[in-house]
Ligand binder design. Structure first.
Ligand code: GLN
Length: 240
């Protein structure tokens, strides 16, 4: 396939920050890009490595507190590149542990403060109540369906837009009905599941943003989403 259809998908910390099936988000993007007629290339960033060039889409997942501890130093080293990409409207999706670190900080149960990179105006404090279960939220990109599992409670700054409003589940903190965050084309969410296989409309939104940024247009093809439609319908009926 020709160079001019190439979309470089960068997966951040696939070893340390990749739990509860978050890898499915990467797979879904690669497959759907291909089905839409693009040429996806998977790049990975590991601690200590140089940050890659020509990044079109960035994906990051969840992790244990220990995983967040391991990547924290490297994340500060690549913060400038990530902020520049965010301000240049590069689409990104950060789930749970990396979502927390795209805010200002995550304060753990041991009262250790892991600094974030402040792309989102939010902070997360570990609580005693673990928020676990199926989630449905309403977002500008349709109903998002997923599964949360975190003890961190995230509090958005006054002007920080959430990604969605919780219809079922706890979302950011179990109290204010917000779920996730949006800054330009950067999305943060607590929804594992994985999120994108169950929410193909949201996967296509990330692809649309990436292709418009790179080529000036998005020419989607029709994809048969019968199986994900069934999975969505089934998941919506699941108890919390
Ligand atoms: N360690 C964080 C928390 O429990 C993130 C968990 C996760 O990524 N699932 O809040």
């Amino acid at each position: 396939m020709s160079e001019n259809k190439r979309i470089n998908v960068l997966h951040l910390y696939p070893r340390e920050m990749n739990i509860y099936g978050d890898w499915g988000n990467v797979l879904t993007l690669l497959k759907r890009l291909e089905w839409h007629g693009y040429d996806p290339q998977l790049l990975e960033h590991h601690p200590g490595e140089p940050f890659p060039h020509d990044v079109d889409l960035v994906i990051g997942g969840g992790g244990q507190d220990s995983g967040q501890g391991i990547v924290q130093v490297d994340l500060q080293k690549i913060a400038q590149e990530l902020r520049a990409l965010a301000d240049d409207d590069t689409p990104m999706l950060m789930i749970c542990g990396l979502y927390q670190l795209f805010g200002h900080r995550f304060v753990t149960h041991q009262n250790e403060s892991i600094p974030g990179i402040g792309i989102f105006d939010l902070e997360t404090i570990a609580g005693n109540n673990r928020m676990i279960g199926n989630v449905i939220s309403s977002s500008p990109h349709g109903k998002l369906i997923g599964y949360e599992n975190h003890s961190g409670a995230t509090w958005l700054g006054k002007n920080q837009k959430p990604l969605g409003k919780v219809l079922k589940g706890d979302g950011n903190n179990g109290q204010d009905s917000t779920e996730g965050a949006i800054y330009r084309s950067v999305f943060g969410s607590y929804l594992h599941g994985s999120l994108l296989p169950k929410n193909p409309q949201f996967a296509d939104e990330l692809i649309r943003l990436a292709t418009i940024r790179k080529f000036g247009s998005f020419e989607p093809r029709v994809i048969d989403d019968t199986f994900s439609d069934k999975a969505r319908a089934q998941s919506m009926k699941r108890p919390r």
